[in-house]
Design a protein around this ligand. Structure first.
Ligand code: AMP
Ligand code: MN
Ligand code: MN
Ligand code: MN
Length: 268
C-alpha cells in the first residue's frame, strides 16, 4: 500500500531540495500523497502542482506558519488552504519580513560576542524569501565558526543559547483563524518538540482540526499525543518534517486514511 507524508520542506524555506527532486524522491519512497509545508511561504506552489500531477503524486496544499505563544515558537500547519487567499498571502509576507528582522537581531548578538557574520553572508545561504535560523547555521559553518549544523544550534541558535532571539509572528490562535478563513484545516505541528501542551485545548476551541501525532519522535510520544488527539476530537496527522540530507522522508509508513479523515473535515 502506498503511504503519505504531510510535512516536507523545499529550498523555498530551509529544506535542501528543489520541488521536482523532492517529489521524485517521495515517489521513489512509495508515497502517493504528500504536502509541502514550507515555513511561511507558498513559493514552492508556483511549480509543485504541475510537477506533482505529471508524476502522479497527490499534492495537498500546505504551509507551516511560525506563530508565537508566550514568546515561544509554535508551528501551525495549514492544509487545503486557498493559496491565493489575499489575507493569508499578506500575513505570510509580513511574517517573512519579521523573519528578516529576527535574523538581523541574531547577527547583532553574534557580532557582540565576536562571531562576525553579515546579513549578506546569511542571505547567500537562503534560496527563497523565507530566511531562518538554519541559514545562519550554514553561514556559521561556511565562515568556520562551527564544524556542524547541529553545533551552530547548540552553541548559538537554539532557545536559551547565547545568540537566541525570540521569534516574532502572529499568535497561534490567529494562525488557526487565518488558515480557517482561507478554507483550510489547521494542525498543531510536532507537539512534543513544541512542548506547549497547555495550548492544545485552546487551539481545539479555536477549531484546530488535527495534531501532528506522528512525527520524528518516539513511540512514547505517539501514544501520549494520540490520546490527547482523541480527547479533543482531533485527527492524528503525521509527517517526517523532511528538510533533506539524511531525513527520513516517508519512513513512518502513514496510511492514506489520515488524508481521508482530514478531507471529511473540510467545509465543516
Ligand atoms: P526559525 O524558523 O528561524 O525559527 O528556524 C526554525 C527551523 O530551524 C526549524 O524548522 C528547524 O528546521 C530548525 N531547528 C530548530 N531548532 C533546531 C535545533 N535545536 N537543531 C537543529 N535544527 C533546528
Ligand atoms: Mn525548518
Ligand atoms: Mn516546525
Ligand atoms: Mn517543518
Amino acid at each position: 500500500m502506498p503511504n503519505i507524508d504531510l510535512h516536507l520542506h523545499t529550498l523555498y524555506s530551509d529544506g535542501a531540495l528543489e520541488v521536482e527532486a523532492l517529489l521524485k524522491l517521495a515517489l521513489s519512497k512509495n508515497l502517493s500523497c504528500v504536502s509541502i509545508t514550507d515555513h511561511d511561504t507558498f513559493d514552492a506552489y508556483a511549480t509543485a502542482p504541475e510537477i506533482a500531477e505529471s508524476l502522479g503524486v497527490e499534492l495537498i496544499s500546505g504551509i507551516e506558519i511560525s506563530s508565537v505563544n508566550n514568546g515561544r515558537d509554535v508551528h501551525i500547519l495549514g492544509y487545503f488552504c486557498d493559496i491565493q487567499n489575499a489575507e493569508l498571502r499578506a500575513t505570510l509576507e509580513i511574517q517573512r519580513e519579521k523573519r528578516k528582522d529576527r535574523v538581523r537581531a541574531i547577527i547583532e548578538k553574534l557580532c557582540g560576542i565576536g562571531v562576525s557574520l553579515s546579513y549578506k553572508q546569511v542571505e547567500e545561504q537562503c534560496f527563497g524569501a523565507s530566511i531562518s535560523r538554519p541559514h545562519i547555521a550554514f553561514a556559521l559553518m561556511q565562515a568556520g565558526y562551527v564544524n556542524s549544523f547541529q553545533e551552530a544550534f547548540e552553541r548559538y541558535l537554539k532557545e536559551g543559547a547565547i545568540a537566541y532571539c525570540p521569534p516574532k509572528g502572529i499568535s497561534s490562535e490567529d494562525a488557526v483563524f487565518l488558515i480557517k478563513k482561507a478554507g483550510g484545516l489547521a494542525v498543531m505541528a510536532h507537539p512534543e518538540y513544541t512542548n506547549a501542551d497547555e495550548l492544545i485545548p485552546k487551539l481545539a476551541e479555536c477549531g484546530i482540526a488535527g495534531l501532528e501525532v506522528y512525527n520524528y519522535k518516539t513511540a512514547k510520544s505517539v501514544k501520549k499525543y494520540k490520546k490527547i488527539a482523541e480527547k479533543y476530537g482531533l485527527v492524528a496527522t503525521g509527517g517526517s518534517d523532511f528538510h533533506g540530507g539524511s531525513g527520513l522522508i516517508g519512513m513512518q509508513n502513514l496510511p492514506y486514511s489520515i488524508v481521508e479523515e482530514l478531507k471529511a473535515r473540510l467545509g465543516s
